[in-house]
Design a protein around this ligand. Structure first.
Ligand code: COA
Length: 378
């Protein structure tokens, strides 16, 4: 009897690792739903706070639930004096993703309930992180710029408050809305690399803070969340819409990976792109920076024509954040501010029905051999 052929699914492609009720990615119809709601509808009609509540609780909030959720989030915004002092010690050359990874780890150490993985405590930890992550990112941003840290304002919404803490002012409502939309679009996306990381860590019955710390490390990579920064570096390198097509043709000839294009699950377009592109376009007109969207269109057209590979969410999000005034290395930390909701929902789902995640590997190393002693090895 011949043995079953061994199939190695590199990158776990096509593997269904568990069940989930957080979101559904439907590549055949270019659609993504959070808890059954289309992401485009949520982005247009709901605030990020409502979407955060939905992801964490499974339902959109009623008015009183929304108000209580926002009140609790605001009550957790302030950082401890210790964390603020530590942020001031971070090397200024380090990437802000490394800063927020360290801050989240420290926020975990400060919480005496760290080992308590009960649903109520994990929910509270999730809201605590949702509230503190933007404050820690903004404090690190100001410190690196040699500027005073701006305290969070408790009478501002989540998106407005982030602008306030970074720049000392809140921009026009259209800019805040574009930012809020980006947070909703970035909030959740099934078993992507960082979410899967959080589930693997959670499956050992470790703690939520540790799982999120691992998720941030995974998200930092340019093949994942780090792509939104690389997109803007690429656009700045091209700089002139007239040069975009030739730039792309050369890059493809040189077999370079073009950041912001392609996706493991979507092969004919990312469902989140049209909404984000619409808001990036609005920002371009509002801030008189249409050049970036002209470069966008030329790159998009050439890539689809040459390789039939479509942009992913990072492609419009990169220039959108740039036009909002953020430094490029802030783009992936902003992604963390959003994805903390999806990660937390998955951590709680994994905890509720857990089995340790432990796949196999196909061994390709040397055959079994005898150990020789050091002297005889020459
Ligand atoms: N630029 C150029 N070619 C690309 C590409 C890109 N961005 N994305 C995929 N391809 C090509 C691959 O080279 C490969 O071609 P080949 O079959 O001739 O070798 C083919 O398309 C299939 O891609 P593959 O690398 O197998 O896809 P994957 O599922 O392993 O990887 C990504 C998915 C997202 C990691 C990949 O598309 C990528 O690196 N994109 C750029 C980074 C990025 O934007 N990441 C954010 C994702 S949301």
């Amino acid at each position: 009897m011949s043995a079953e052929p061994i199939i190695v699914r590199k990158g776990l492609e096509g593997i269904i690792a568990d069940e989930s009720s957080v979101s559904k990615v439907m590549p055949d119809i270019n659609s993504l739903t959070y808890r059954g709601y289309k992401v485009q509808d949520l982005a247009e009609q709901c605030s990020f706070e409502e979407v955060a509540y939905l992801l964490l609780n499974g339902e959109l909030p009623k008015k009183v639930e929304h108000d209580n959720f926002c009140k609790l989030e605001k009550s957790y915004r302030k950082l401890s004096k210790d964390l603020t002092s530590i942020i001031k010690l971070y090397p200024t050359h380090s990437h802000p993703m490394d800063s927020i990874r360290t801050s989240v780890s420290f926020i975990g150490q400060e919480d005496e309930r760290i080992w308590d993985n009960s649903p109520a405590t994990n929910m509270d930890k999730a809201i605590r992180l949702l509230a503190k992550i933007p404050v820690a990112i903004a404090a690190d941003y100001r410190t690196r710029m040699g500027k005073d840290i701006i305290e969070p304002k408790m009478d501002l919404g989540f998106a407005d408050n982030f602008f306030h803490m970074c720049f000392g002012e809140v921009p026009a409502p259209e800019i805040v809305k574009a930012f809020d939309v980006s947070l909703t679009l970035y909030a959740e996306h099934g078993f992507n690399a960082s979410t899967f990381t959080t589930r693997v860590i959670t499956s050992t019955t470790s703690d939520l803070y540790g799982a999120v710390t691992g998720g941030i490390a995974a998200l930092k990579g340019p093949l994942h969340g780090g792509a939104n920064e690389q997109v803007m570096h690429m656009m700045k390198e091209i700089d002139d819409p007239k040069k975009a097509r030739d730039w792309m043709l050369t890059a493809l000839k040189e077999k370079r990976k073009i950041m912001g294009f392609g996706h493991r699950v979507y092969r004919s377009g990312d469902s989140r792109v049209p909404t984000m592109k619409k808001y990036a376009q609005k920002l371009a007109e509002l801030t008189n920076q249409t050049k970036w969207m002209e470069i966008y269109d030329a790159l998009d057209k050439t890539m689809v024509e040459q390789k039939n590979i479509h942009p992913n969410l990072d492609f419009p999000a990169g220039p959108a954040y740039y036009m909002m005034g953020f430094d490029i290395d802030m783009f992936t930390p902003i992604f963390v501010m959003a994805r903390i909701t999806g990660w937390s929902a998955h951590i709680m789902e994994q905890t509720a029905n857990n089995r340790i995640i432990r796949p196999l590997s196909e061994y390709k190393g040397p055959k079994e051999r005898a150990v020789t002693n050091l002297a005889s090895r020459g």
